[in-house]
Design a protein around this ligand. Structure first.
Ligand code: BES
Ligand code: MN
Ligand code: ZN
Length: 499
C-alpha cells in the first residue's frame, strides 16, 4: 500500500473510488461533498435527509456514481461533529474508510484532505494523519493462514489537493506519516508473531536487519557477556528457557555536535508464562505480546533514523523468555542487578522489572539521558486504566510533560500516576535490598517504584502499556492483535527533543 499526494480536482479524479467527508449534524454537505452531491443529482443529500447517513465518526457509505463522475464509487466518510475534530479523528475516519473500500474490492482510491478546509486543521497535519490512518487501519497479520486473502489488498491512496504551491510540504507530511505508520506496523509484525517464532534470537535478527536497512549501529550481548557485566536479574529470568537471552542495543547518531543521547528501553519478554509462579492458563496465549515495549523502541528508532531527526538515540531491548523448568529461577531466590542492588524474587512472574533493572542500569552506566522505558509491566495497570490509556510514571516532571505532549499529539492516551515515596515501603525486603513484588495494592505504582531503584537521578519516564499493547476488537486504526502503541509517542518525543 502506497499513499501519496497529487495536485488535482477530487471530483474529476479517475480512480476506483473517491473519498469525501460529512460532518455530523449539518443540514447539507459542503465543499467537495456538495459538488459530488450535485453531480449525483442530490443522492448524498437525500441519504442525509432520510437519516440514513448521519456523518457519525466511523460511518462510511459507498455510493455508486453510475457514470455521472469519472470514479465509479464515492465513499462518504463520517467525521463526527465539526467541533470535535482532531487529527486522531481523521486517522480513525480514514482507517474505517480504507477498510470499507477494501471490503468492496477497491484497489485504488483518492481522497480529499480530511480535516483541512472546513475542518480548520493545518493541511500538513491533516495529510500526515490521513497517511497514518490509512496504513495503520489496513494492517493485517495473516501470514499463517493458508486460506489466503478473501479480501484483496488496497494498492494506492492519492491525497488530492488543489494547492500546487504547498505540494512539497504536503508531500513531506505524507512521507512522515508513512514512515511512522510503517514503524508501527513493523512493531505490530514482531508482536503478533507467535513466541515459537519471535524468540530472543529472532528479535536480535530483526534488530540486525533494521541496522542494515537504516544505517544503525547494533550490538547484541550474549549470555556470557551479560554475566561479565553483572546482569544477574536478567540472567535469572532467562535461566529457565532453552532460548538464550539477547541484550539488544541499537544506536542512531543524528547529532554529532551533541553529547547527549536519548535512551529508549523496551521490555522484551518473548513469552511470559510466569515461570515457576506460573500464570493461569486462561488468556496465557496473549503473553506473546510481552515484548511489545521492545518492539516499540525498535520501531521508533527505525522511524527516527528514516526521518533523519537531529539527535542521538539508543534503543535497548533485553530479550528473554520466562518459562518454568528444572533450571528456572525460583521464588525466594536472590539475584543481583548490574548496578549492584540485590533483589529478592518473591514472584518469578514479576520478571519484566527484573530484566528492566539490568537494562536501565546499563542505560545509566552508558550515560544515556533522558530515559524512557516502555513495558507491558503490570496487570494492575490494565485494571486501573483499562485498554484506553497507558500508565505514565516519572522522577522528572519536565520530561513527563514532554512525553505527555508527545503522546497527546499521537492520539496515544497516557495518564500520569503518582510516585509518592510512601509506596517504596511496599518493595522493602527482609533478605535483600529490594523485593520484586510490592503486594496487592497499587501494583502498577510499586512496579514503577521498583524500576526507579535502577535509574538513579537520570530523568526517566516509565510507560506501562500492559492495557494498551493488545486489543481484541477492531476500532479506528487499531485492528485485532498488537496495537504498536508507544512508537508514535516516542517518535514525536524525539522530534520535540531534536528541536
Ligand atoms: N507481563 C505481565 C503483565 C501483564 C499482565 C501484561 C496482563 C499484560 C496483561 C507481567 O510480567 C506480570 O506478570 N506482572 C505481574 C506482577 C505481579 C506478580 C507483581 C502481574 O501484573 O500480575
Ligand atoms: Mn510476568
Ligand atoms: Zn511479563
Amino acid at each position: 500500500m502506497r499513499v501519496s499526494v497529487t495536485v488535482g480536482d477530487i471530483v474529476q479524479y479517475a480512480t476506483d473510488a473517491i473519498m469525501v467527508n460529512l460532518f455530523e449534524g449539518l443540514e447539507r454537505p459542503g465543499g467537495a461533498t456538495a459538488v459530488v452531491d450535485k453531480a449525483l443529482k442530490g443522492a448524498i443529500s437525500e441519504l442525509v435527509a432520510q437519516g440514513e447517513v448521519k456523518g457519525k465518526l466511523g460511518e462510511v457509505t459507498i455510493v455508486h456514481t453510475l457514470g455521472k463522475l469519472p470514479a465509479p464509487r464515492v465513499a462518504v466518510v463520517g467525521l463526527g461533529k465539526q467541533a470535535d475534530l482532531t487529527t486522531d479523528v481523521v486517522r480513525r475516519a480514514v482507517a474505517e474508510a480504507c477498510r470499507a473500500l477494501r471490503r468492496a474490492g477497491v484497489k485504488k482510491a483518492a481522497t480529499i484532505v480530511h480535516g483541512a478546509g472546513a475542518g480548520g486543521m493545518g493541511a500538513t497535519e491533516a495529510v500526515q494523519a490521513i497517511a497514518e490512518g490509512c496504513l495503520l487501519g489496513l494492517y493485517t497479520f495473516k501470514k499463517y493462514r493458508s486460506k489466503d486473502a478473501e479480501e484483496g489488498e488496497m494498492e494506492e491512496l492519492h491525497i488530492v489537493t488543489l494547492d500546487q504551491a504547498g505540494l512539497r510540504s504536503l508531500e513531506r507530511a505524507c512521507e512522515r506519516g508513512s514512515v511512522v505508520a510503517e514503524a508501527v506496523n513493523l512493531a505490530r509484525d514482531m508482536i503478533n508473531e507467535p513466541s515459537n517464532r519471535m524468540t530472543p534470537t529472532e528479535m536480535a535478527e530483526r534488530a540486525r536487519d533494521l541496522a542494515r536497512t537504516y544505517g544503525l549501529e547494533v550490538t547484541v550481548l550474549e549470555r556470557e557477556q551479560m554475566r561479565r557485566k553483572g546482569m544477574g536479574a536478567l540472567l535469572g529470568v532467562a535461566q529457565g528457557s532453552q532460548h538464550p537471552p539477547k541484550f539488544i542495543v541499537l544506536r542512531y547518531k543524528g547529532n554529532s555536535g551533541s553529547s547527549s543521547t536519548l535512551g529508549l528501553i523496551g521490555k522484551g519478554i518473548t513469552f511470559d508464562s510466569g515461570g515457576i509462579s506460573l500464570k493461569p492458563a486462561e488468556g496465557m496465549e496473549e503473553m506473546k505480546d510481552d515484548m511489545s515495549g521492545g518492539a516499540a523502541v525498535m520501531g521508533a528508532i527505525a522511524a527516527i533514523a528514516r526521518l533523519k531527526l537531529k539527535l542521538n538515540v539508543t534503543a535497548i531491548c533485553a530479550a528473554a523468555e520466562n518459562l518454568p523448568s528444572g533450571t528456572a529461577m525460583k521464588p525466594g531466590d536472590v539475584v543481583r542487578a548490574m548496578n549492584g542492588k540485590s533483589i529478592e524474587v518473591v514472584s518469578t512472574d514479576a520478571e519484566g522489572r527484573l530484566t528492566l533493572a539490568d537494562a536501565l542500569s546499563f542505560a545509566v552506566k552508558s550515560h544515556l539521558s533522558p530515559l524512557v522505558d516502555v513495558a507491558t509491566l503490570t496487570g494492575a495497570c490494565r485494571v486501573a486504566l483499562g485498554q484506553v490509556a497507558s500508565g505514565l510514571f516519572t522522577n522528572n516532571q519536565e520530561l513527563a510533560d514532554k512525553v505527555l505532549k508527545a503522546a497527546a499529539r499521537a492520539g496515544e492516551r497516557a495518564w500520569q500516576m503518582p510516585m509518592f515515596e510512601e509506596y517504596k515501603e511496599q518493595n522493602k525486603s527482609e533478605v535483600a535490598d529490594v523485593k520484586n513484588v510490592g503486594g496487592r495494592f497499587a501494583g502498577a505504582i510499586t512496579g514503577a517504584m521498583f524500576l526507579s531503584e535502577f535509574v538513579g537521578d537520570t530523568p526517566w519516564v516509565h510507560l506501562d502499556i500492559a492495557g494498551t499493547a493488545f486489543t481484541d476488537k477492531v476500532s479506528g486504526y487499531k485492528v485485532k492483535g498488537a496495537t504498536g502503541v508507544a512508537v508514535r509517542t516516542l517518535v514525536n518525543l524525539a522530534e520535540a527533543l531534536a528541536g
